[in-house]
Design a binder for this molecule. Structure first.
Ligand code: ADP
Ligand code: MG
Length: 676
């Protein structure tokens, strides 16, 4: 479509400003949706205007603008206008342009808020348009998200022109789909999403674009997956062996663990490849479930692999599995990127010969050097990104293992369906008995002394503590500084405690030894960035202090908090939050009142909006232009049905009928944003 530069009133300079918002063509502009609308449709006569009302009045200039300079930097311009019912003062502050614009007898429409000044009705800084040339008064007017240099007026008038300029747009949602799901036609929707006749028309128009956006996203996600669904998978003949394993555990499995394990085992004997996501709050016991599945793979004569996002976690899993499998003759081998070449070689040999039954490691375990003898199961712990690409890598080497993804990021079910639509989902929705909820408090900087006193008391009594600093994304350096600085500060305040420091820029070996010291209790207070986020298990740590808690997503805070409360002592989480915004307050409050990961993530979504919630980095979704993944759940469900209809009719979207939708879906896929 036409370059925005050639749209009347835009030109080179403004085009650059538009480009900053990702608007390059007239079409881009049309899809720049308003953030809200202002109802300027109410026309009133001056006598009927009440104080505080925001209205349009149709007036004649009675006495043109006069400037009064009250102070050096304060210019007041006033004008008197009237209609047949009365007079109104119009006032501007520091506006050098209004003088000379209005002539006695000129007729204008003004839009603004009625105030009263010394008994007279007044309108300050109104929107004004010459009568007969009204564009943005006397109707509902769109308000757009602004960016530097672009005012509402510029955007509104560019949009008005763009709609005219674009002419008749070619519809790309086929008529039968629109009819079935009661979706408005494109041209109607485009006009009414920007310049609606009334709010009902706006809602109808908006619904269309929400539907469209979610439908295209669905098509993009499913188009990506096809390959996965019907693959043949290794059949585990003996699925009941997991019962033997469960008997060896030091605790009985919870009902939720049993249910999920059953779901996994029925996949593994189905003959189709498993693609299952297990969601379970921190501490719900996902590892034991994963270990049981690994056990089954080995007992059925195959190899299994377990992948963790960090080396620390991989090492912990190795230890945990060694403990679980003690005396069973199951050989667990570790493989991480930082191992010495010689150690790696040895591991490769054991993996290819089949001497290794289980491989635990980081991404290193799917590198090309690694040849499995007979890999039948991959457990990906906290690896949301374990998807098509990794699978393809394995498949290229002749492995088509069952895949089990473990996630402690609970996301609302409806959203899980779009995000992980190709995965079957199991939820461990029950905690092992006897867990005490972590007591959580949100405090401001002013409470720091008391927080440190509390910290000292607990550490003196033999417990350990985490202090977490935010990871500042832009510069890894400042992240490092933060944690470093704080650890020095704490070392000065508590000279007789050993303070440890851990962050993402340390070499794995160093991290490992710090973590080891903490685990052994040699370090009392561990200052860290979020590298400790997932999985790490130190039961004697019962306090977590989180600095700049306002910077974290609630789900992330919840995960961090899950690091404490793993022992018998009461655990505490103290959130030090800065800033007083309502949203921050509500978010912190949510953390204090709830220990339920699903509830928390839903609140986070509500409070921060989907844009933030689905940071592309975390969840792999493109930014939504108009849909709100929380509020538009109903439309989401409808768009899912429509996507199913479409794919049933034309699984690869090859027909002319769906060509345009396919192109739009491909755009998302090619942008590489979508995971899986
Ligand atoms: P997560 O789901 O966060 O990965 P883990 O698997 O690390 O949780 O389990 C947390 C702790 O709970 C571990 O110490 C584990 O041994 C223990 N655990 C797991 N299942 C049970 C159970 N059914 N009863 C008691 N303790 C359990
Ligand atoms: Mg875990």
């Amino acid at each position: 479509m036409k370059d925005i530069r050639y749209l009347k009133g835009v030109g080179e300079k403004r085009a650059e400003l538009f480009a900053k918002k990702g608007i390059n063509t007239v079409e881009d502009l049309l899809y720049y949706f308003p953030r809200s609308h202002e109802d300027r449709s109410e026309m009133k006569e001056i006598a009927d205007c009440g104080e505080g009302e925001t209205v349009c009045v149709s007036v004649t200039v009675f006495s043109p603008v006069r400037d009064v300079r009250v102070r050096k930097n304060m210019l007041i311009s006033t004008m008197i206008v009237s209609d047949r019912t009365g007079a109104l003062n119009v006032v501007w502050y520091n506006n050098r342009y209004v003088k000379g614009q209005f002539m006695t007898g000129d007729e204008y429409i003004l839009y603004g808020k009625i105030t009263r000044n010394r008994g007279k009705k007044e309108m300050v800084n109104p929107v004004y348009e010459k009568k007969g040339n009204e564009r943005f008064t006397g109707k509902i007017v769109p308000l757009y998200p602004l960016t530097e240099g672009l005012t509402q007026k510029i955007l509104q008038s560019a949009m008005e022109l763009a709609i005219k300029d674009a002419g008749r747009l070619e519809e790309y949602i086929p008529a039968d789909i629109r009819e079935k799901y009661k979706i408005a036609e494109l041209n109607y929707a485009m006009k009414n999403v920007h310049f609606p006749e009334d709010f009902e028309s706006y809602n109808i128009a908006r619904e269309r674009f929400v539907f469209e956006e979610l439908l295209i996203l669905q098509l993009a996600l499913t188009g990506h997956r096809e390959e996965n669904t019907e693959l043949a998978g290794t059949v585990f003949k003996d699925a009941l062996c997991v019962r033997e394993f469960a008997k060896t555990l030091p605790f009985p499995l919870t009902n939720a663990q049993k249910r999920v394990l059953n779901e996994i085992m029925s996949d593994c004997k189905s003959g189709k490849v498993m693609n299952r996501l297990v969601q379970g709050d921190v501490g719900s016991g996902k590892t034991a479930v994963a270990a049981a599945a690994v056990y089954a793979a080995v007992k059925n004569g195959h190899q299994a692999a377990m992948m963790a996002p960090t080396e620390i976690l991989a090492m912990q899993h190795k230890e945990t599995l060694d403990k679980f499998f003690k005396g069973m003759g199951i050989n667990v081998v570790l493989l991480t990127g930082s191992m010495k070449v010689k150690e790696k070689r040895l591991a490769y040999d054991m993996i290819s010969s089949g001497a290794a039954d289980v491989v635990v490691g980081t991404h290193a375990i799917i590198q090309k050097e690694v040849e499995f003898k007979d890999l039948a199961l991959v457990v990906a712990d906290e690896q949301h990104r374990f998807g098509v690409e990794q699978r393809a890598k394995l498949a290229a080497k002749g492995n088509d293992p069952h895949i089990l993804i473990m996630s402690a990021t609970p996301i609302p079910r409806t959203l899980a369906l779009i995000l992980y639509g190709d995965l079957d989902i199991s939820v461990i929705d029950e905690m092992p008995p006897g867990r005490k909820a972590v007591k959580t408090y949100a405090v401001g900087e002013s409470m720091r002394k008391r927080v440190f006193a509390f910290l000292e008391k607990n550490v003196r009594s033999g417990m350990q503590a985490y202090v977490v600093c935010p990871l500042v994304e832009e510069t890894e350096k400042s992240d490092l500084q933060n944690a470093e600085l704080l650890s020095e500060k704490l070392a000065a305040i508590f000279p007789d405690f050993k303070i440890g420091l851990m962050h993402g820029r340390m070499r794995p070996k160093v991290k490992e030894s710090v973590m080891d010291e903490f685990l052994r209790g040699d370090i009392q207070i561990l200052v860290s960035t979020t590298v400790i986020e997932v999985g790490v298990n130190v039961p004697n740590a019962n306090i977590m202090i989180i600095e700049n808690a306002e910077r974290f997503g609630l789900s992330q805070l919840h995960q961090l908090r899950g690091r404490v409360g793993r022992g018998n002592e009461q655990a505490y989480c103290i959130l030090i939050a800065h800033g007083n915004s309502e949203v921050t307050k509500k978010r912190m409050e949510t953390m204090c009142i709830s220990n339920d990961g699903f509830y928390i993530s839903e609140q986070d979504l509500k409070l921060r909006g989907p844009g933030d919630f689905f940071g592309t980095r975390q969840h792999g979704l493109p930014e939504m232009k108009i849909a709100n993944l929380f509020e538009d759940r109903d439309i989401l469900a409808v768009s899912q049905m429509a996507a199913k209809d479409i794919l049933a009719e034309d699984p690869k979207l090859e027909s002319e009928k769906y060509k345009a939708l396919r192109e739009r879906a491909d755009k998302i896929i090619n942008s590489g944003i979508v995971m899986n």
